[in-house]
Design a protein around this ligand. Structure first.
Ligand SMILES: Cc1ncc(COP(=O)(O)O)c(C=O)c1O
Length: 365
């Protein structure tokens, strides 16, 4: 079996380092707001060339913290994409705001900034840096500036991706990350991060993540508990040192797949000009996708579908005004996308096996 992402192999390569880091935390018995979270926060910000950020409990709360920190809440609308994981819209709705869905740009599968439906209630734009590729941040930032909107990048899948040399998550007013285990940088449980451009917003976000605390037992805003813990931080610090190497491997693998599969007529991710993709997922478009996925799985290839039901068609959102919208490019993607195995530890032989199986068993959409 060739899995979509091989976490066992990654752990085998890091075992000595991770086990020692875990043991050190266990010896100290310091699990919350300790030195590991501080060290990881500093290292993560340095890797991104960013000044302010907060380690937090997961990528969904990261989006909620970013929205709250930027003052987005009840009565506000947030323009976003329906071709993403459910958490994007959940976070918007959990802070009391409403989503407004626009279609995707078909090459990169990211929010299309042409003709954004900016209205009286629009407060923010939330592009999703999907599959590890960047949305057209130049156009999005220009649209936001002309209408005085906030921009929150959902960069859960895009650690180290760039647009015009700037890192994902550092271009908007805030950028949010997930360290869900299968992400390019994955914890051993749930964890997330928010980068904020403004120092005051960053301070507010840090407070919101830790019970609105300004000092021990003194709370000056209503926050909650959205902290990262020490065990997750120590794993992430170990893994962060390998992220560039794993990213380069993902990009090389994507290059190999692209070469073989584009020639056979498959639509693949086309990163926008001036941007780099970190290939959290390697996605092609397949005819009769579900049958193709079954055939590949039966042949031992661990494929996935990200995502089969677009947000405007999710049962939980069926009564939402925003769901009453026509998004043909999103619908097309949801019907045809197929994710192939990719990760920092996949071997050349595995990549060749996957490619041969796809060429034999799958037809381009
Ligand atoms: C695009 C996107 N946004 C948000 C999230 C939520 O992150 P988490 O699972 O860490 O809450 C994820 C990942 O699961 C994601 O892929």
């Amino acid at each position: 079996m060739i899995p979509l992402v091989n976490l066992q192999r990654q752990y085998a390569g890091l075992k000595a380092e991770i086990d020692a880091a875990f043991a050190a935390v266990l010896e100290r018995q310091e699990f919350i707001n300790g030195r590991e979270v501080k060290a990881f926060t500093a290292a993560y910000l340095a890797a991104f060339g960013a000044k302010y950020g907060t380690a937090c409990s997961n990528g969904t709360t990261a989006i909620e913290l970013a929205l709250k920190g930027l003052g987005v809440g009840p009565g506000d609308e947030v323009i976003t994409t329906a071709h993403t994981f459910f958490a994007t819209v959940e976070a918007i709705m959990n802070v009391g705001a409403e989503p407004v869905f626009v279609d995707i740009e078909p090459g990169s599968y990211t929010l299309d900034p042409a003709n954004l439906p900016v209205g009286r209630k629009t407060r923010a734009i939330m592009p999703v840096q999907l599959y590890g590729g960047m949305a057209d941040m130049t156009a999005i930032m220009a649209a936001a500036a002309s209408s005085n909107l906030k921009v929150i990048e959902d960069a859960a899948q895009a650690h180290l991706a760039t647009h015009k040399g700037a890192m994902a998550g550092t271009i908007g007013d805030a950028g949010t990350f997930s360290f869900y285990p299968g992400k390019n940088l994955g914890a051993y449980g749930d964890a997330g991060f928010v980068i904020a451009r403004d120092a005051h917003v960053a301070v507010l976000i840090s407070k919101l993540a830790d019970h609105g605390r300004e000092a021990k037992y003194s709370h000056d805003v209503i926050g909650g508990n959205a902290r990262m813990d020490e065990l997750q931080a120590t794993v992430l610090s170990v893994k962060l040192k390998h992220l560039k190497k794993w990213t380069a491997r993902r990009q090389a693998v994507a290059g190999y797949y692209n070469d073989k599969l584009k020639r056979a007529g498959f639509k693949v991710i086309e990163p926008l000009t001036h941007s780099t993709c970190v290939y959290h997922l390697y996605v092609i478009e397949a005819a009769d996708r579900d049958a193709a996925a079954d055939k590949l799985k039966a042949a031992g290839i661990g494929v996935g579908v990200h995502y089969p039901i677009p947000l405007h068609k999710q049962p939980a959102l069926k009564n939402l005004a925003a769901s009453n919208v026509n998004l043909p490019r999103t619908d097309h993607a949801a019907a045809h996308v197929l994710s192939l195995p990719i990760c920092g530890d996949i071997t050349d032989a595995e990549v060749e096996t996957v490619t041969d199986a796809v060429l034999k068993m799958v037809r381009p959409a």
